[in-house]
Design a protein around this ligand. Structure first.
Ligand SMILES: Cc1cc2nc3c(=O)[nH]c(=O)nc-3n(C[C@H](O)[C@H](O)[C@H](O)COP(=O)(O)OP(=O)(O)OC[C@H]3O[C@@H](n4cnc5c(N)ncnc54)[C@H](O)[C@@H]3O)c2cc1C
Length: 359
């Protein structure tokens, strides 16, 4: 079977890569072993323009949001559904110092920040002492629904192989690649943290980071149109993010050192304890998620083609921001394939030319 591109992995990276290839008129086969939990399936789906204790604007956020609105919008139209909705983060200050930090940032540069008219308007539902600020516009991506819908479309189009990819069966034959019965011009790895164990890319400075989250049912917290534009995400150390009907995603942890990728009792107990102190209403845990983020040491993605094997590419290293980075860099990677346009230097894996080139 002939194709232009063999894609390994159907997380958010493989999904947007296949869509961009289709838009450019290139064919692909996606190989994805169905796993119950992957980074993309565990993600809250939040695109937040301002993060961290210092509330700095995240890298390239204005451009990333523009592409995200368009790419998710188009994807939704293809399925007659909407996978992207506007949201605002209600950022409760855990300490008076954090309140001051927000006010200072707001004075310096109010982009994406807002001060509420009435800081008491969540007091009947949540416990907080130092007020809050609002971060908006943000966006929420319905990741699980989107991945499932695109997977169905790939199956219908005969473009998905639901099986495990075995690297030892990949052969590079001149300028072409062969995997079992599939022959193509390129193979592109979108396999998340698995790329760390792949002979072509194991030398890239990955820094895998584990995250856990609970899915909880909370009656009476969801109020549309109150205080923020769109869906309200609540943050106070941890985040409460609207999930499916009547449910919230609650998390997350960020662990650099972990024994395995599974859910832990420690996380669940700690998070339930925080919720008991924060929420004024009862809640019920319905699911516990855990996955490893394909993060990188210098917090920039890995995009492009291997300097020694130009038919072998990668779209990976999205860390904590796959929802906004994947559509943008899938587009750059495909432009590079179609008309040779350079991938931006701080994302292109050619910045690791020396380590990748060592035999
Ligand atoms: C708890 C948590 C919360 C997060 N929240 C957010 C958030 O709110 N916003 C945000 O932007 N980002 C968030 N992230 C980060 C985001 O999830 C990642 O950046 C993104 O999902 C990475 O996508 P990916 O496609 O690179 O990898 P993955 O989602 O890991 O996808 C890789 C795919 O490859 C497949 N695969 C791997 N190896 C093989 C093989 N040998 N054969 C066949 N198939 C294979 C896997 O089955 C999987 O489907 C969160 C992550 C976690 C863990």
């Amino acid at each position: 079977m002939q194709t232009d591109v063999i894609i390994i992995g159907q997380g958010i990276c493989g999904t947007f890569l296949s869509r961009e290839l289709e838009r450019a008129g290139l064919s692909c086969i996606v190989i994805d072993e169905e796993r119950s939990l992957t980074a993309s399936r565990a993600a809250a789906g939040l695109i937040n323009p301002v993060t961290g204790r210092r509330l700095v604007k995240t890298w390239m956020i204005d451009e990333l949001m523009g592409v995200a609105r368009e790419a998710y919008g188009q994807l939704g139209e293809d399925h007659g559904m909407s996978f992207l909705r506007p949201a605002g983060v209600v950022d409760f200050f855990p300490t008076p110092q954090m309140r001051l930090a927000f006010l200072r940032r707001y004075e310096e540069d109010p982009a994406y920040l807002r001060l509420p008219e009435d800081e008491g308007d969540w007091r009947d539902r949540l416990c907080y002492d130092f007020g809050y600020g609002v971060i908006e516009p943000c966006y929420l991506v319905e990741m699980q629904g989107l991945l499932a819908a695109e997977r169905r479309r790939m199956v219908e189009g005969g473009r998905l192989r639901a099986e495990r990819f075995e690297l030892q069966e990949l052969a590079l034959e001149g300028a072409r690649v062969r995997y079992r019965d599939i022959e193509g011009r390129w193979v592109i790895f979108c396999d998340g943290v698995e790329s760390m164990h792949n002979a072509y890319f194991s030398r890239l400075p990955f820094a895998p980071n584990k995250g856990e989250a609970l899915i909880v049912e909370v009656a009476g917290l969801m109020v549309q149109g109150a205080a923020v534009q769109g869906a309200a995400v609540f943050k106070k150390g941890i985040s409460l993010v609207p999930w499916k009907e009547g449910l919230y995603w609650v998390g997350s942890s960020y662990e650099w050192s972990f024994a395995d990728a599974g859910p832990t009792a420690v996380f669940r107990e700690r998070t339930e304890g925080i919720l008991k102190e924060w929420l004024r209403m009862p809640f019920r845990v319905v699911e516990h998620l855990a996955a490893v983020r394909p993060a990188t040491l210098e917090r920039r993605p890995f995009v492009g083609f291997h300097p020694m094997y130009p038919a072998v590419g990668i779209l990976n290293g999205m860390g904590t921001k796959g929802c906004s980075l994947a559509p943008y860099f899938a587009r750059q990677l495909v432009r590079r394939m179609v008309d040779g346009t350079d991938i931006q230097a701080d994302a292109d894996i050619l910045r690791f030319r020396k380590v990748l080139g060592r035999g």
